[in-house]
Design a protein around this ligand. Structure first.
Ligand SMILES: Nc1ncnc2c1ncn2[C@@H]1O[C@H](COP(=O)(O)OP(=O)(O)OP(=O)(O)O)[C@@H](O)[C@H]1O
Length: 302
């Protein structure tokens, strides 16, 4: 099952990008992304610093609005669980571990209506991340690894179909990382869609069947062993370094704004390369159906 309905809309658990451009103050950070994450995929998003990985996750969850194109995921209301980068989370808030995890109970009137059942569910989640006994600890007193475990417990109780993780293991000890990877693999077995921005390529190779290599725009997308090759990674780095930070949004119609080296790169042969949409900058050949855009192989799932 691809997760994409016959009308092209995203089915439960799938995420569909159509010529998606995301950015800040009209400066694109992710440029013309086409394709789909199939329901149930376990996808790593890799790329150099500033490649747009966090921005892409924020675009999926709705925190950053598209400058152009669309992103369609199952639902924005509660069915997407999102773990931001650690640096974005305020730990000084006076909250107990149990309170933090309880924030994941987004369906208070649903299956976990009774307080006793809610509490049992929270305790189960804490047990799954190895934090039994930590319920009343203020979150400010936890170690980095313990705090990350608590955040994973919150993801567990969210019970979401789509789970987005932004560098979940950065600065986290090996033991915790191994435990959290086991949880992620469990989510994959359960058929949830997991998308994680990661820097450790060995981790990606070992645990993530699919990878999207991003350098502001998609460089390659497909089975990890096919896309995580030295030429692809070198190209991602080159394109990222060549990116013009001040580039304005490159629109389908209108004049040619935002020209930069990325648009002139030739395809890397033999990979599921997502090609630049505007070789020669001939915008007249493009339209809003995405004609003229090469699609990542993975993105062509149907
Ligand atoms: N709130 C913001 N306002 C303006 N520009 C931003 C904002 N957040 C990110 N950017 C810019 O968007 C680009 C992409 O950043 P993003 O954080 O998505 O990259 P990343 O691939 O996650 O990087 P890293 O691996 O360093 O975390 C960068 O040039 C960054 O400076």
């Amino acid at each position: 099952m691809s997760g994409i309905a016959s009308d092209g809309s995203a089915r439960a658990g799938a995420i569909r990008f159509r010529s998606l451009t995301l950015g800040y103050d009209r400066h694109p950070a992710v440029h013309h992304l086409d394709g789909a994450v199939a329901a149930g995929d376990l996808l790593a998003v890799v790329g150099p610093n500033g490649a747009g990985k966090s921005t892409l996750l924020k675009g999926i969850v709705g925190e950053v609005r598209p400058l152009d194109g669309t992103v369609e995921a199952e639902s924005r209301s509660g069915t997407i669980a999102y773990l931001p980068q650690a640096a974005e989370i305020d730990r000084s808030f006076p909250l107990s571990v149990l309170d933090l995890v309880a924030m994941g109970l987004w369906r208070p009137l649903g299956a976990w209506r009774s307080l006793a059942r809610q509490r049992a569910r929270l305790l189960d989640a804490l047990a799954m991340v190895g934090l039994t006994g930590f319920e009343d600890r203020p979150i400010g007193t936890l170690s980095g690894g313990q705090f990350q475990r608590a955040l994973f417990a919150r993801l567990i109780v969210q019970d979401a179909r789509i789970i987005l993780l932004d560098e979940p293991f950065t600065g986290i000890d090996e033991r915790t990382t191994a435990d959290l990877i086991a949880l992620i693999r469990g989510w994959h077995r359960e058929g949830r869609t997991v998308v994680a921005a990661l820097h450790d390529l060995a981790q990606v190779r070992a645990h993530f069947p699919s990878t999207l290599v991003l350098a502001r725009r998609p460089i390659a997308w497909g089975p990890t062993r096919e896309v995580l090759t030295p030429p692809v990674l070198a190209r991602a780095l080159r394109l990222s370094e060549a990116w013009d930070e001040a580039a304005a949004i490159c629109r389908h119609e209108g004049h040619h704004e935002g020209h930069h080296e990325a648009h002139h790169e030739a395809p890397t042969p033999g990979i599921a390369a997502a090609e630049p949409h505007d070789h020669g900058h001939d915008h007249a050949h493009h339209d809003h159906q995405g004609h003229g855009h090469a699609h990542a192989r993975h993105g062509a799932v149907s």
